[in-house]
Design a protein around this ligand. Structure first.
Ligand code: APR
Length: 321
């Protein structure tokens, strides 16, 4: 089996961690593209020089020339500005839409058969714009958000219950913004409902609910919590790990069921928008949207989140994209 070619557009914080993880896991050869002269070349040289220690032998190349991404199987897009303290993801719209437009035009030209994983924010709008510019079929465009949001939710639950995060299943749906929808009803520890364990812990249903509400709120604000502490950028380790899980699912045709930003064609009552939902990821990208019954409250929260995505897309179109 020949090695896959993975191109990363944007060699900043996320681009660098992605490159290192791909090399360490030997997922494929990497091309790291950035517009900043020499920087991607420097980063890839640094990472490549750890090959003897980490024992990987994939090829890693830094570049400022889009030609080098030719024939890539997978493209991971991280290009764009990250948030500063006090900014919402949506505040990045104008700048990052301009960047995404150029990136998408070049991917259309040089890697027209690739599967694109998008990380740049505001995520739901960037995925929409990328698809519009490239004309890629929607199974080959997917956004990274839900895996990270779900992992954050799982982490906070694990800390609260004092159990291993490995045994937590927690799902977050909706847009990648403040309206995201952590699904409390199905959060479980190896099948045992988290709410039941919280009620046991506190011996008080109201207190258990309050604790869960705090976990949900922290999940929704988790990206901002990191931005506030970092002061000079946004989260980059956990978004990178999340995009790697998606890359592995595609490369190894794993058919994993992962929450991702995918195109909906009527599922969950949404038509024509990219929204975070569980989907099967395999060799063909987004192979299937997994639909499950939401209760009235969950559906109304999801509708609210979808409305936020729609208004972001409308804003972007008003800006001429
Ligand atoms: N083409 C390619 N790369 C670009 C372009 C462009 N037109 N414009 C900017 N870049 C590069 C920058 O030079 C920088 O190296 O994108 C990189 C972004 O890196 P960081 O600023 O370190 O941001 P990072 O933390 O990696 O986040 C990237 O992901 O999570 C989102 O909100 C985040 O939108 C942001 C993106």
């Amino acid at each position: 089996m020949s090695r896959k070619k993975i191109a990363i557009i944007g060699g900043g914080q996320i681009g660098g961690v992605l490159t290192q993880l791909i090399a360490q896991k030997q997922l494929g050869d990497v091309v790291l593209f950035d517009i900043v002269q020499d920087m991607p070349q420097g980063k890839t040289l640094d990472i490549a020089e750890a090959a003897r220690v980490d024992l990987f032998d994939v090829n890693i190349k830094g570049t400022n020339d889009y030609q080098d991404i030719s024939g890539a199987d997978i493209i991971i897009i991280t290009a764009g500005l990250p948030r500063k303290p006090g900014m919402s993801r949506d505040d990045l719209l104008t700048t990052n839409a301009q960047i995404m437009k150029t990136v998408a035009e070049n991917i259309k030209k040089f890697a027209p058969n690739s599967i694109a994983i998008i990380i740049s924010n505001p995520l739901d709008a960037m995925v929409t714009l990328f698809t519009k510019v490239t004309g890629f079929p929607t199974n080959r465009v997917v956004g990274q958000a839900g895996i990270l949001d779900s992992s954050r939710f799982a982490t906070f639950i694990a800390w609260e219950l004092g159990v291993s995060v490995k045994d937590i299943n927690a799902l977050v749906l909706g847009g990648h913004g403040d309206t995201m929808v952590p699904i409390v009803r199905y959060a479980n520890v190896n099948g045992i409902p988290v709410m039941e364990l919280l009620e046991k812990k506190y011996n008080d249903k109201t207190k258990a609910k309050e604790v869960m509400t705090a976990l949900v709120e922290r999940t929704k604000q988790a990206g901002g919590e990191v931005v506030k502490l970092l002061k000079t950028g946004s989260a980059f380790y956990s978004p990178s790990s999340s995009a790697i899980a998606m890359t592995e699912a595609i490369i190894y045709d794993e058919k994993r069921v992962l929450p991702v930003c995918a195109y909906l064609n009527g599922e969950y009552g949404v038509k024509g928008y990219f929204v975070g939902v569980p989907a099967v990821l395999g060799a063909n990208g987004v192979e299937k949207i997994i639909e499950f019954a939401l209760n009235e409250e969950e559906q109304s929260l999801l509708n609210n989140s979808v409305n936020a995505v729609k208004s972001l897309v409308v804003d972007m179109e008003r800006l001429g994209f």
